[in-house]
Design a protein around this ligand. Sequence first.
Ligand code: ASP
Length: 322
Amino acid sequence: MTQPFSIAIHGGAGTIERSLMTPELELAYRKALAESVLAGYRVLEQGGSAVDATVAAVTVMEDSPLFNAGKGSVLTYEEAVEMDACVMEGNALNAGAVTLIRHIKNPIQLARDVMQKSPHAMLAGEGAERFAFKECGYTYTEQDYFFTDRRYKELKAMKKSGGVALSEARYPDEKKHGTVGAVALDKHGNLAAATSTGGLTNKRWGRVGDTPIIGGGTFARNGNVAVSATGMGELLMRCAVAGDIAGRMQYGHDSIEQACRDVIHGDFLNLGGEGGVIAIDANGQVNFELNCPGMYRATVNENGEALVAIFADEAFRVENGN
Ligand code: ASP
């Protein structure tokens, strides 16, 4: 009997308005999402682990300037890039997270190394980078690599208004972002979740978002669910969104749809939170939930084709990654 396996990804959520999206940009997003989800799918198809599949999918989006993760990360008040990432494996509740990363091209890969090669679950800033260079042989990446003109303009605008920009806030007024994430079930029955972000434009004082917080923006437990969140990190973490969804399913026996809906439209929304989650259960059922006009998202159908959607009211469409 073939074991079920599946994958879903997101590239950020927020005010993504159809009327404001150019056809060229929309196509670029759709292709990048398809490329990412198919990269993860291929790992699963070949019998690879859910962890490696989610890391492969997230790596593609970290390497794209379209998303707020890796290259294309937003800028802090001090005009630097500071990235957060987390990987969790449902098998033994293993997790690795990194935060305040400045010189690593793919923070999601470092998060996996924290999980697999260190005795710790989370490493921050200089220490995390020391671990990367000294223990894992990473190459030092200059901040210049991450800088894009677009992010610099966003920061300037944000400094004027004195705010911090949320993920995909008011698309496309140049405050939009795109934290990225993936969830997967592999052929061995293991669930995994991975999330990576540059955080919020104009963030200050070593701000850390929900992404690297285990049970905040990322969670996975075998037999239960894997979740990756995007949106206003302060509220996602205060509401322990990923852990809450898992708990409702594990102890309250909620379906994946109900758990995601109640959490994303519950305290999180009532407190002013905007965002969404992707989730996958122990049977490989995928679920997307959002409380805002759009979330870049994708999964793969039974024919191995990428299914992509952007706007909240949109049905998934087949898209190839070329
Ligand atoms: N959740 C991310 C953070 O607060 C932002 C996002 O999803 O775009 O760091």
